[in-house]
Write a protein that binds this ligand. Structure first.
Ligand SMILES: [Zn+2]
Length: 298
């Protein structure tokens, strides 16, 4: 798996070695239905546009139709959770700003699966369901947004569906947010609400532009995930940052550590994903990425 160990310097510390998934995780991964995820993306595309400023009451076209469909789908998943998953559609009115010409209702869809052992420990998974064309204020043109970001929403939804029948120790919120293209409004609203309510969010994984493995230069790489992690916490004081810098701790922020953990658990034969370039997603030419993935479990 880590075939570049020879370049790892001697001394203290160990390179990350992927964890092998346990039986429950393998069963969860096997329940992920890629055909269903594709159907979710196509359904979201079928609303024509999901621009944040588009129609919110038309049952066929616009962001309102998409919002209602996502919420209805999530509720069918929650029905299988024995009451442990609850779906809400929190919303607020965003006042005029540079990309919001008129006061606009911004609605998120959130399926919250309460943890079985530590319900106050919370993780958030999100994608944005709004879309746009090049002209950021054009809310009428067709704007399919299949990989930006219906695919990220499909991840939130598919994980909600599968996890509804499992009992994770901590609480997980599966979210589809709006207003991203206009200025991260939906996710900002969600973060602010969580903070105001004193919720202990230990981590958040946002998925944007998923399932788009072809680079501008034509390179296709479907085995690497590119992760973007925040650096030093914004709440740090200047003194705290100085102390961290003096010991090289600027690379060990909580977000960096979470990303390392993701790399450690994600790269294995079951997921078929390759985590070794997760911080430096450079194609190394060692694997013929045009070959279809080998299915090595049933
Ligand atoms: Zn996006």
């Amino acid at each position: 798996m880590l075939d570049s160990l020879d370049i790892w310097p001697p001394g203290p510390g160990q390179p990350l070695v992927s964890q092998q998934p346990d039986a429950e995780l393998i069963s969860i991964l096997k329940q992920i239905d890629t055909n269903r995820m594709r159907a979710t993306v196509e359904k979201l595309v079928s609303f024509g546009t999901r621009h944040t400023l588009s129609n919110q009451t038309d049952p066929v076209r616009g962001i309102g139709a998409a919002r209602d469909w996502i919420a209805a789908e999530m509720r069918t998943y929650a029905a299988a959770s024995n009451g442990r998953m609850v779906v809400t559609v929190p919303s607020y009115v965003q006042q005029v700003s540079s990309r919001i010409p008129n006061a606009t209702v911004i609605s998120n869809i959130v399926a919250t699966l309460t943890g079985s052992k530590e319900p106050n420990r919370v993780y958030v998974i999100s994608g944005h369901y709004d879309s746009r064309v090049t002209d950021i204020l054009n809310f009428e043109a067709d704007s399919p947004g299949a990989d930006d970001d219906a695919s990220g929403v499909a991840i939130s939804m598919e994980l909600a569906r599968v996890m509804a029948t499992h009992q994770p120790a901590a609480t997980i919120m599966f979210a589809a947010v709006a207003g991203e293209e206009q200025g991260l409004f939906g996710s900002n609203f969600m973060a602010t609400t969580l903070k105001q309510n004193g919720v202990d969010v230990q981590g958040m994984l946002d998925n944007d532009i998923v399932g788009s493995p072809k680079a501008d230069d034509g390179t296709i790489d479907q085995f690497d995930i590119r992760m973007f992690v925040s650096g030093l916490p914004a709440s740090n004081t200047a003194n705290q940052n100085l102390q961290l810098a003096s010991i090289g701790g600027e690379n060990d922020s909580p977000a960096h550590q979470l990303a390392r953990f993701v790399a450690e658990v994600a790269q294995n034969a079951v997921t078929q994903m390759n985590g070794k370039h997760i911080f430096h997603p450079i194609f190394d030419g060692k694997r013929n990425v045009n070959e279809p993935p080998q299915k090595n479990f049933d």
